[in-house]
Design a binder for this molecule. Structure first.
Ligand code: CS2
Length: 488
């Protein structure tokens, strides 16, 4: 039996205990949210919270989910009326069929429909998971005007390609027809995500019409958020699991841990889905949650991604099961990271850190290190280089954070030497720098830090960075075959 509107009743009749199904009348559900960046994370996280709110309170908060380019998911979901299952794969697995996504569009091919949806008066909210690079920012956090997509959109805004261009064009059309704007919720892992998005959107708008930029500045809320739930890419094992455990075919399920958290800055004055009643935290203090999560969870993830990959591991579970890596992560937290975090009052940082390591130890989740290792030039500065620089500024050394940065650089060098693809928005620049390496730690690290565009040009800081990261890189190079010896 295939999952779709028709089979839902039959599935319901099976009374499967650990399966939750939509509780509302889906045919009457209208769309109130447009989501940009349809991927596994949106479906496992924001769509899940919206589904909980619909189940308990109803409301016209159906989602139009927009994939920026990829059509695969659209085709798979179309065969099952856009229904799909979330498999929570902890010790006691739980399943939930999500009905909140009513429509799926592909921006690269259906831009008119996307803009129609965004300019419909019924659209109240836009949410966004376009990954860090989708914000098209330069290292200073401003809109990267030189970015190819931004250039293309500035020249041809009626058919925008970037998320920023799409948002501005939709707001422009609403502005011109005197329609209230929508509010925009950034849900990617970057600090001050809402502020950065607002910056990018208003700076883009300013290039085409300062009055529009001013309207956006004053009328659109861009709350900052912290999103969390470990969601590895879907693979065949999830499809099989659902077939065996639930007895139906779902070609587009998502898998994630059962833990999930969403913290949203409390600044939207307009109506929202009843998210607060289903566990979303609304607070003025989102920056602290974000800070703690980015440095602990994402920081450790990146540390494992590079150290673990160089050591030959494939998944987070494999990496954290190595006692040398686990004890390194614990020391990294205790000695260098936790003291840089201003946590929210209600959060016990030590307990939070322990609970995150436990989440990594979930044997059922196959989270590939290669997935986390993507886009290092955007992730590593936020997760490891900034806390390292903070320690340098307060005259403290940070050999362990330096080792994470050194492992990232080593990971890149090994890729470049093997001529395998570096998945990074600045891959060309990285490859050019890496090609000049000589396996001499002082030379290579000085070159990298002095020339790579992600580093600022503050020479005092860079000199200290070069010193600390070179030392770590030397350790990594000295036992090429066994990076784990560098951890002790
Ligand atoms: C990961 C995150 O791929 C990555 O960079 O660190 O996707 C992480 O799994 C999520 O932020 C967890 O909430």
């Amino acid at each position: 039996m295939k999952l779709n509107n028709q089979s839902l009743q039959q599935i319901k009749n099976k009374n499967i205990v650990n399966l939750r199904l939509p509780q509302y009348n889906r045919t009457e559900l209208n769309i109130g949210i447009v989501h940009l960046g349809l991927g596994a994370f949106h479906r496992s996280h924001q769509a899940f919270y919206t589904e909980q709110a619909l189940n308990q309170f109803g409301g016209d908060w159906g989602i139009c989910a927009v994939s920026m380019r990829n059509k695969t998911l659209q085709s798979a979901l179309a065969t099952q009326d856009n229904l799909y299952t979330i498999a929570e794969i902890d010790q006691n697995p739980g399943y939930q069929v999500i009905g909140a996504i009513k429509e799926v569009l592909v921006a690269a091919e259906q831009i008119e429909q996307v803009l129609d949806r965004l300019t419909a008066s019924s659209t109240k909210l836009v949410t966004l998971t376009v990954t860090e690079k989708g914000y098209c920012l330069n290292p200073k956090g401003d809109l990267d005007i030189k970015n190819e997509l931004i250039q293309a959109d500035l020249n041809h805004l009626s058919a925008p390609k970037s998320a920023i261009g799409i948002i501005v064009q939709a707001l422009k059309l609403r502005f011109e027809s005197d329609l209230k704007p929508f509010n925009i919720i950034a849900c990617d892992n970057l600090p001050d995500n809402g502020k950065k998005l607002k910056n990018a959107v208003t700076q883009f708008a300013n290039q085409i019409d300062p009055a529009l930029a001013n309207w956006i500045e004053n009328k659109v809320a861009f709350p900052c958020t912290m999103v969390d739930s470990i969601t590895p890419q879907t693979d065949d094992s999830t499809v099989k699991l659902i077939q065996t455990e639930l007895g139906f075919e779902d070609l587009a399920p998502v898998q994630r841990e059962s833990f999930t958290q969403w913290v949203i800055e409390d600044c939207i004055k307009d109506e929202l889905p009843n998210w607060e009643e289903v566990g979303v935290i609304f607070t003025q203090d989102v920056a602290r949650y974000e800070h703690a999560k980015l440095r602990v969870l994402n920081g450790l993830h990146s540390a494992m991604a590079y150290i673990g990959s160089v050591a030959g591991y494939e998944t987070v579970y494999e990496a954290v099961s190595d006692t040398k890596i686990k004890s390194f992560l614990q020391r990294l937290l205790q000695d260098e990271i936790l003291s840089t975090i201003q946590a929210p009052k209600e959060l016990n940082l030590n307990e939070y850190a322990d609970s995150i390591i436990k989440r990594f130890e979930n044997p059922n989740i196959k989270h590939y290190l290669s997935q986390i290792a993507f886009d290092g030039s955007i992730k590593v500065p936020v997760r490891s280089i900034t806390p390292l620089i903070e320690r340098i500024k307060s005259k403290k050394s940070a050999p362990l954070l330096s080792l994470v940065v050194a492992s990232w650089i080593r990971f890149l060098r090994l890729k470049q030497q093997a001529k395998s693809q570096i998945n990074d928005p600045i891959a060309i620049e990285l490859n050019t720098l890496l090609a000049q390496f000589r396996e001499d730690a002082n030379h290579d690290i000085e070159l990298f830090i002095q020339q790579c565009s992600i580093f600022s040009k503050e020479s005092a800081i860079n000199n200290e960075l070069i010193k600390q990261v070179s030392l770590a890189y030397k350790k990594v190079l000295s036992d090429e075959q066994n990076i784990l010896n560098a951890l002790s």
